[in-house]
Design a protein around this ligand. Structure first.
Ligand SMILES: [Zn+2]
Length: 236
């Protein structure tokens, strides 16, 4: 199997501002360098997860950090406004995400795994599954026109790798530096360690890249699994 992203339009659907950096930014950067169009949709506004010294207007700070990280990647950014910890697979959120799909027109969607540890991630997973189906349904009305076909859907690894059985790996060795530069944009997240010189998130990311790489004979890899639901699977 050889991955060719050159003609893809890839949309990552994540719950929180730094999830794409940790779980799929290497694959996105690799696809971008191959010529794919990239977008990231962050469903929650990042208003919680305060460092010990609280930051005022945290959601707007997080919005600026997301924009800076998306610029490093060369990705279009779609931002949801759902407060952290309250994301649900609801009618209004399905309509919002389906409209995002119809505006960006992805051929491939990356989303949190259904068995992820975080309730917001699991809700984002259900929403991405729903939108990947309804975006191509003529009877499901949003502002933009329905897509001609449902995009393929891949589940992402979990943070810390617990409970996720990889279906395959993407070698992201040349793109680790981009992941690190993107993560560095999230200063308010990194400040949660209380010490600017120490970043547990950066450590966690590099350990996971190394561990998944070791499983796949690569220096650094990200793990995914295909969602082989009706019309969301693909033949290679
Ligand atoms: Zn998250």
């Amino acid at each position: 199997m050889k991955l060719d992203f050159s003609s893809d339009r890839i949309l990552a659907v994540v719950a929180h501002p730094d999830d794409a950096e940790l779980l799929c930014a290497g694959a996105l950067a690799r696809a971008r360098s191959a010529g794919a169009a990239i977008a990231v949709c962050v469903l929650c506004n990042g208003d919680k997860g305060q460092p010990a010294k609280p930051i005022r207007n945290l959601a707007s700070v997080r919005r600026r950090e997301m924009a800076a990280a998306a610029k490093v990647l060369g990705a279009q950014l779609f931002s949801g406004k759902v407060p952290d910890g309250t994301l649900a697979d609801s009618r209004v959120n399905r309509l919002f995400l389906t409209e995002v799909f119809r505006r960006f027109r992805p051929t491939l969607v990356l989303a949190h795994a259904p068995q992820d540890y975080h309730p917001d991630h699991r809700a984002a997973s259900g929403l991405a599954d729903a939108a990947s189906w309804f975006c191509a349904s003529r009877g499901y009305r949003t502002r933009s026109a329905p897509l001609p076909a449902a995009p393929a859907l891949w589940w992402m690894d979990t943070i810390g790798m617990a409970g996720f059985e990889p279906g395959f790996y993407v070698d992201v060795t040349p793109f680790v530096a981009i992941k690190e530069r993107m993560l560095a944009c999230h200063k308010s997240q990194l400040a949660r360690a209380g010490d600017r010189d120490f970043s547990p998130l950066a450590d966690l990311m590099s350990r996971q890249l190394e561990a998944r790489g070791a499983q796949a004979c690569a220096v650094a890899a990200e793990a995914f699994a295909t969602h082989n639901a009706f019309r969301r699977g693909r033949a290679w």
